[in-house]
Design a protein around this ligand. Sequence first.
Ligand code: AKG
Length: 245
Amino acid sequence: MQSETYNHYWQKGWAVMEGVFSREEADRIAQIALEVSTREMQESEDSYVVDASAGGETAPRKIDTPFLKRTEFQAFVMDRRLTQAVEQMLGAPPLLSGDQVFMKPPHFGSAKPYHQDNFYFQCDPGDHVITAWIALDDVREENGCLRYIDGSHKGPILPHEAVPGEPYNLVPPPELIDLAKESLALVRKGGVVFHHSQALHTSHRNESDQWRRGYATHWVTSEVTSSNGTLDKAYFRREDYPVAV
Ligand SMILES: O=C(O)CCC(=O)C(=O)O
């Protein structure tokens, strides 16, 4: 990893690394994600899984625990090109705690409001918890790139409250989010955006003709504990947790 990427991560709380996977590898995983999410959508009305427009149309929103659903996902996220990059960022061997695929269909995918992952995870130390978000499409402003508040990982975990009608979206009070410090994380298909557990981040609605799918993997080190049981079902605790290859 270039020291520029590492320094950017620790100074701003996030960083982009292009070309971790090939475009073909990303395409293959994106296709499987589409199959899985389309099937799950047909079987569920859960708002975590299904995005609904005001007009009542639906589209896939998210795949929860993809790692547990297809061996192809497991092999993808346990690839050494990814685990080595995460290890370099953390400075210690990374353990996969959880994952999810955020689907954002063209002209549909809804916004994910500002939040800090560590409000959900309640992990300590926060510096040892990182998300590696793998771009399964070319990610631009128009199709809903990730956006970060630079340096917010150095601040406290803010209070979060549920957005009315969206129980899965907990957000801090808007006056605590300094939008003057917002940066856009543009990344090409196969690249990875890393973010610190306390970095404030968001993504807007997909306003474009192109998909925007992101595979978020959450990693911790062996030092990390959680006060709310987040790690009880962490993948690295499973007997069948695979070694990185
Ligand atoms: O993919 C998105 O739009 C949101 C991702 C996110 O919030 C995360 O990876 O923590």
